[in-house]
Ligand binder design. Structure first.
Ligand code: FMN
Length: 205
């Protein structure tokens, strides 16, 4: 049987797909799901990095030169700038994605342009953070990212992992891999497009 690594290598070069973790809360439940997303990217033969907004501690976007030179801002932009695709995970806070994610996005300019993005949600209830992920997609569009249809929604977040971070619901591996297969397809198609096709004039207004 062919391994996932071999399948990825056969289909083309390994891609760089960072995972942005948008929960900065002390006792957050999003860490284990974000780590699982990154593990599945690596298991599929691609390179990844967990861009953990709690660790990065990005300053508030204010257009000050000092802020733009901030080590965390530079590292965040650099990582997404060399990405082929990105995965975003946000818990649902007050029917939206987190303020930390919005601030992180406001620091970006053209790093996600014409690259696919998968938006995933998490919530304590059954909704799985769908309002967070759907809202995030509409914001990512403004950066000329290409949000894909597939998402993974980590509902009932309290029961998904044990205290050591072991996944208790194995069906999530399949859901992540299905999303990832689509993301990689778009990443390859859009990479080819960026390299071979002229970009249409930017719409004003
Ligand atoms: C400020 C705040 C607002 C929340 N609002 C919602 C909400 O609108 N809908 C929902 O389903 N869950 C809501 N929740 C529950 C969170 O989705 C749940 O606590 C989840 O574990 C948060 O992710 P985190 O643990 O990674 O921070 C809210 C939680 C917080 C802290």
């Amino acid at each position: 049987m062919q391994t996932r690594q071999t399948a990825a290598e056969d289909a083309g070069e390994s891609l760089f797909i960072p995972v942005v973790l948008g929960s900065v809360r002390k006792n957050r439940r999003s860490f284990f799901p974000a780590r699982l997303l990154a593990e599945q990217v690596a298991a599929a033969g691609h390179r990844t990095e967990l861009l953990d907004l709690r660790e990065l501690r990005l300053p508030m976007y204010d257009e000050e030169e000092e802020t733009e030179r901030h080590t965390a801002v530079v590292a965040f932009k650099e990582s997404l700038g060399r990405s082929d695709a990105s995965i975003w995970l946000s818990p649902e806070y007050n029917h939206s994605f987190t303020g930390a994610i919005k601030n992180a996005i406001d620091h970006l300019h053209d790093e996600l342009r014409r690259k696919p993005a998968a938006a995933c949600g998490l919530a304590g209830g059954v909704s799985g953070g769908i309002r967070a992920s759907e809202g995030l997609k509409t914001v990512l569009i403004e950066l000329h990212a290409v949000p894909i249809r597939e998402s993974v929604h980590f509902g009932e977040a309290r029961t998904l992992f044990d205290a050591q971070g072991t996944l208790l619901h194995s069906e999530f591996v399949h859901r992540i891999d299905t999303m990832l297969a689509s993301l990689v397809w778009y990443a390859r198609a859009l990479k080819w497009g960026r390299e071979h096709l002229p970009v249409p004039q930017r719409q004003r207004g």
